[in-house]
Design a protein around this ligand. Structure first.
Ligand code: CA
Length: 362
């Protein structure tokens, strides 16, 4: 081959390469230009601190991380769909994503309950361990797949409080006839102990407690409970929230909408969800601590712990309740089995790490 034809061949090859680069460049540019607009519905009231405000921060972060290629418009509970219509709205694809708590969907999907919190279950750290390095997220994806939903852990309340009581709880028999507002599995357990469980909407709890329609209520933790004013109408504030030791909040995405996204935007959502997961727990912990100090100093409320005997009794009833709901369908059985196995595996280490440390310093 002479020099001339070599140069010619080289020029052709270079030209072909340039053309290939140009066309790849074009398609990258095309995908990179495409803008996605999502709508997000939540179960929280407008501006509800920590929960709704956290979700709004998440949406903003996704916009920043994607350079505006995915914008998420957030709607609070009731603005677009009812607070408890989030699951159906995202599942059907009428909106692309939502923020809520999996245990609200127990009626549609029994196995969902383990992905928020179960009585005497894992705390926030344990839930994250299970999701990120155990089988938790894989199982959650499996449970939600037939609903066309992709879940991500996206926030945690930390250990909640046991609730506000106008009657002292010193032994298990004190639950007999107690009228308490407590939803979910906690309510089932208290019901087994002989309490009359009621489910009141948030707006009716205060006056019901004030008028003696109920003797007790649980809510969240000091920060949100102070805002509800329960310290003005209840004598005792009990710890710990055995029924919700680490309630995880969820980001749910419609599968079809999610699968249309390029890989880098999917990664940006994962990063923003993980950030929300960490920051929401930190915000809960910080603000609960500040609010508790306020209650301890300024309010005349008596803060008590459930006696050991009561916690043991509640744990026994919780185990019965969880076995019952786990036996309802094979998927719930599978999730519960993995959850319990994982918890058992964590226990010895938790006893020697955080518990041993806290036992000394606190
Ligand atoms: Ca609660």
């Amino acid at each position: 081959m002479d020099r001339r034809s070599l140069i010619k061949k080289g020029a052709v090859a270079a030209g072909a390469l340039l053309a290939a680069q140009a066309s790849t460049g074009n398609s990258v540019a095309h995908a990179a230009d495409k803008k996605y607009r999502w709508r997000m519905v939540t179960s929280w009231p407008p501006s509800f601190p920590i929960l709704q405000t956290g979700v709004e921060r998440f949406a903003k972060r996704v916009g920043e991380l994607t350079g505006g290629r995915l914008t998420i418009q957030v709607y609070a509970g009731g603005e677009l769909v009812p607070a408890l219509g989030v699951f159906d709205a995202v599942s059907s694809g009428s909106v692309q994503c939502g923020h809520s708590a999996a245990y609200y969907w127990a009626g549609k999907c029994n196995a969902a309950q383990w992905f928020t919190s179960i009585p005497f279950g894992l705390d926030a750290q344990g839930m994250n361990d299970w999701f990120y390095f155990g089988n938790g997220l894989k199982l959650w994806e499996e449970v939600y797949s037939k609903f066309n939903l992709i879940p991500r852990p996206a926030g945690n309340t930390g250990v909640q409080m046991g609730g506000w009581f106008n009657k002292k709880i010193e032994k298990m028999s004190d639950f007999k006839g107690l009228k308490m507002r407590i939803p979910g599995l906690g309510g089932k357990v208290i019901g087994k102990a002989g309490a009359a469980v009621t489910l009141l909407p948030a707006g009716e709890i205060y006056t019901s407690l004030e008028r003696g329609v109920i003797d007790a209520t649980e809510w969240i933790g000091p920060f949100h409970d102070i805002r509800m004013g329960f310290y003005k109408v209840a004598k005792y504030y009990y710890a710990p929230g055995w029924h919700e030791p680490g309630s995880t909040l969820e980001l749910i995405m419609n599968k079809k909408a999610y699968e249309e996204l390029p890989q880098d935007i999917k990664a940006a959502i994962d990063i923003a969800a993980a950030e929300l997961n960490v920051q929401m727990l930190s915000e809960f912990e910080t603000k609960n601590a500040q609010a508790l100090n306020e209650l301890l100093k300024d309010k005349k409320i008596k803060i008590l712990r459930f006696p050991e005997e009561v916690l043991k009794g509640l744990r026994k009833l919780s185990e019965e309740t969880i076995s019952e709901i786990a036996s309802k369908d094979p998927l719930s059985k599978k999730v519960n089995h993995d959850f319990q196995r994982f918890k058992k595996e964590l226990n010895p280490w938790n006893r020697l790490s955080e518990k041993a440390y806290y036992d000394f310093i606190l």
